[in-house]
Design a protein around this ligand. Structure first.
Ligand code: SF4
Length: 282
């Protein structure tokens, strides 16, 4: 039997998935960052749906799952998802604003060796302004809890125009708390960030200067703190969206490429059909 062109392309997009993906478990969030790369869009899949997507991705060679959102800690199935990835031989990673870390999550993060990256953007006033809610105290306290619980914890910091002082502030904060890795993200105009690019966007000169500052700091703190430059402009990233679509995310939304969608499991299809039948005939 011959394969049509559309069948070929439908077959091919999921053959070349990379070893690691960004895996969004929700688009709900308890913060309101003005620069948010993935602002709320209403998508909040059930745990069963997410478990199916994990299995589907594992079967295609994905092993490292960078769990993100929205804010993943507000998904009630987060611990189960992490345990499932680990039990199936995958490697869970978690990016969180750490506003709320349930007690029950800490041992799961530790025993599964999950690397946790917490977003912290500067001192109290600056951080609260950046995330749009008064969360600094919660985030700071939860970073301490993570470190004390033996969870491998790093910090990531978004740096906007004229705010490169936060590099020094957050580096000191890491050293004080015993955090060993810091990722510096220069602002990029994606998601909600498109609306504030005139205010937050770095000029080429500011970007060069910030990069040089980070390099100098990295050199100075070598052996005590691993400071990284994390530039989303550098190369496209495979993102599994909360609605199940798989997107190759580039520097801007306009450059993104939707590769396809993870099919709904047969089990889920049966459930959906039975709900439809009930609605239509019951
Ligand atoms: S950047 Fe993260 S913490 Fe901030 S609103 Fe977006 S999803 Fe929430």
């Amino acid at each position: 039997m011959k394969t049509s062109a559309s069948q070929k392309s439908a077959q091919s997009w999921d053959q070349g998935l990379p070893e690691q993906v960004c895996f969004r478990v929700t688009r709900h969030c308890n913060a309101r960052c003005r620069f948010c790369l993935a602002p709320p869009d209403g998508a909040h899949p059930e745990t069963g749906t997410l478990l199916h997507r994990i299995d589907w991705l594992l079967a295609r060679g994905v092993t490292i799952f960078h769990i993100s959102g929205g804010e993943p800690t507000i998904h009630p199935g987060l611990a189960a998802l992490i345990e499932h990835i680990y039990a199936q031989g995958g490697k869970p990673r978690l990016t969180t604003n750490a506003i709320a870390i349930p007690d029950t999550l800490l041992p799961v993060l530790r025993t599964t060796g999950t690397l946790v990256k917490v977003s912290l953007h500067g001192d109290q006033a600056h951080h609260n302004q950046m995330v749009g809610v008064r969360s600094f105290e919660h985030t700071q306290r939860n970073i301490r809890r993570l470190v004390e619980a033996g969870v491998q914890t790093s910090i990531q910091t978004m740096v906007t125009a004229d705010a490169d002082w936060v590099v020094d502030w957050v580096a000191d904060f890491c050293l004080t708390l015993g955090v060993r890795r810091l990722s510096i993200l220069p602002f990029i105009p994606r998601g909600s960030g498109v609306d504030c690019k005139d205010e937050f966007g770095l000029s080429p000169e500011q970007r060069r200067s910030l990069r040089a500052h980070v390099k100098e700091k990295r050199h100075k703190l070598n052996g005590r703190l691993d400071i990284r430059w994390l530039d989303f402009n550098a190369r496209p990233i495979h993102v599994v969206e909360a609605d199940g679509s798989v997107v190759l995310e580039a520097a801007t939304n306009a450059m993104d490429k939707v590769l396809g969608s993870i099919p709904v499991s047969e089990c889920m299809t049966t459930i959906i059909n039975s709900i439809r039948d009930k609605n239509e005939f019951g």
